[in-house]
Ligand binder design. Sequence first.
Ligand SMILES: Cc1cc2nc3c(=O)[nH]c(=O)nc-3n(C[C@H](O)[C@H](O)[C@H](O)COP(=O)(O)O)c2cc1C
Length: 175
Amino acid sequence: MPDLLVVPGSLREASSSRAAARTLARRLEGRAACTIADVGRLPHYNADVTDDPNVARFIEQVGAADGILFVTPEYNYSIPGVLKNAIDWASRPAYASVFKDKPCFVVSVSGGALGGVRAQAHLKYILNGMLARVFPAKEVVVPQANAKVADGMLNDEDTLAFAEAEIRPFLDSLG
Ligand SMILES: Cc1cc2nc3c(=O)[nH]c(=O)nc-3n(C[C@H](O)[C@H](O)[C@H](O)COP(=O)(O)O)c2cc1C
């Protein structure tokens, strides 16, 4: 069973992307061993900081995972700063970081009608720049996501079934 690191891009308790990440991890039980990363523990990126244990843990988690499942909201047409900050920490040395050749799958959410598709495109662009391997699949987006959360879980069965169908070949590709 592949080890999957699930990386939500929001910190708030009632976050729809955290709910989507939690729900997808639950649905993938038995097909992947999921760990949910906590990017909120990371300090702001600063190359002078070389001994932060949370940074070390995040880089270790990315390095050890067979694949990464990002679940990102859209902030101002892009990904949230907290997610970019986490990615930046794990992106060094350039072109030879733990992201090099790392299989990645991107899900986006938003409160609006487009499901964070612009953030999704930005995240894939960023991942390509780090030589990560973005899995080619139909785009999984969750529009109007806040209305689809109850008790900390995403409850839109159609979207979840579609997401699962797209993520399954990704998991199979991880061997
Ligand atoms: C700073 C900020 C910027 C946002 N910008 C966008 C945006 O560009 N496009 C969009 O569809 N939603 C935007 N939203 C709405 C978010 O999609 C919505 O708040 C979503 O619920 C955030 O994800 P979360 O529920 O995981 O926290 C923005 C929200 C915030 C707080």
